[in-house]
Design a binder for this molecule. Structure first.
Ligand SMILES: O=c1[nH]cnc2c1ncn2[C@@H]1O[C@H](CO)[C@@H](O)[C@H]1O
Length: 321
């Protein structure tokens, strides 16, 4: 382990690429995973919690607490869009794993986030891999959260490219646009990694064959669950490989220099046919009128990525496990 590994909390909706990111995190000496918090997205929250506990049990890391997150959007919406067609109905490639033995802690995800940020001011990074409800709830629960939390690295948005739910919206932002707008305008130190970046990072069919053949414990586990995710990509994107959304966002938290960024104000469309659209204002033009972007805090938005290094780090770390 590095002398002072970065404390991270992964907010997650596992999810095949979430599983990859979590195992990559457990194999990354630069970080100490101090908790997982769960959210709906790829699966419903109850199943996300079960999968988070399961993944930690497989890894032999039941020392890491799991805090269950919200079952509804920040506006109490219950009509959730669940991407089980991407990950399988169980979220983990339809493997029918046995239920985990462990239980989540009593605290809610938002309460856990607030507590940890208070315990280690400026030192905790949240890697948010699903809709941003829990993070927005933490901001509402404790106004000091935005300054106590070190950094929020989120997978979300489609900046100047089409979305993956529809041409306007990326899945995590679409999942809770109101929560996303709260997080983007909160004043916290935010890095947004959108699909404009993660669609440049592909784990190829050949890479997958290497994972299958490796003896690494995590590589072996992932080899089992990757089928549905690969089939989905072959079918809808016509790619010979899969996008590494969550692992890429995680690595931005480990080593921000793997990407380049632009800084500006991000607002989220919360209604209508463009619900979930992320609009970045680069602050170059001073508009004549006040706009909904005026005087809002800025965030960093990833624009380029060293994709070969991201794939290499993922492969090496999972295969050595
Ligand atoms: O086509 C899709 N529709 C919905 N969700 C998707 C799709 N592809 C990937 N993801 C999931 O949403 C996040 C990235 O937007 C990733 O976490 C991925 O697992």
């Amino acid at each position: 382990m590095a002398a002072h590994p970065k404390k991270i909390i992964i907010d997650t909706d596992p999810g095949v690429d979430d599983a990859m990111a979590i195992y990559l995190a457990l194999r990354s000496p630069e970080v100490e995973v101090i908790g997982l918090t769960t959210i709906y997205g790829n699966v419903y929250t109850t199943l996300a919690t079960r999968n988070a506990l399961h993944l930690l049990e497989v890894a032999g890391r039941t020392d890491i607490p799991v805090a269950e997150g919200s079952h509804v959007t920040i506006t109490k919406g219950t009509k959730l869009r669940i991407a089980d067609f991407v990950h399988g109905v169980d979220g983990l490639g339809n493997q029918n794993f046995p239920p985990p033995k462990g239980k989540p802690i009593e605290q809610s995800a938002a309460a856990f986030l607030v507590e940890q940020a208070n315990l280690h001011p400026g030192k905790v990074t949240v890697v948010a891999l699903g809709p941003l409800t829990n993070i927005a709830l933490a901001i509402q629960l404790d106004p000091a959260f935005v300054k106590n939390i070190g950094q929020i690295v989120l997978l979300g948005g489609a900046f100047s490219v089409n979305g993956n739910v529809n041409p306007a919206a990326e899945a995590n932002i679409f999942g809770d646009p109101d929560a996303a707008d709260i997080v983007f305008t909160s004043g916290a130190d935010v890095i947004a990694v959108g699909i404009n970046v993660t669609h440049q990072v592909v784990l190829t069919d050949a890479d997958r064959d290497k994972l299958v053949q490796s003896n690494g414990k995590f590589a072996q586990y992932l080899a089992k669950i990757l089928d549905v995710y690969f089939s989905y990509h072959h079918e809808v994107y016509n790619t010979r490989g899969v996008y590494l959304h969550d692992p890429t966002a995680f690595l931005a938290a480990v080593d921000p220099s793997l990407m380049t960024y632009i800084e500006g104000v991000v607002r989220v469309q919360t209604t209508g046919i463009t619900r979930g659209l992320t609009i970045f204002y680069n602050k170059q033009k001073r508009f004549a009128e006040e706009t909904e972007w005026s005087d809002k805090p800025t965030v960093k938005v990833a624009v380029t990525v060293d994709a070969p290094t991201v794939v290499k780090l993922l492969m090496e770390r999972l295969m050595e496990s």
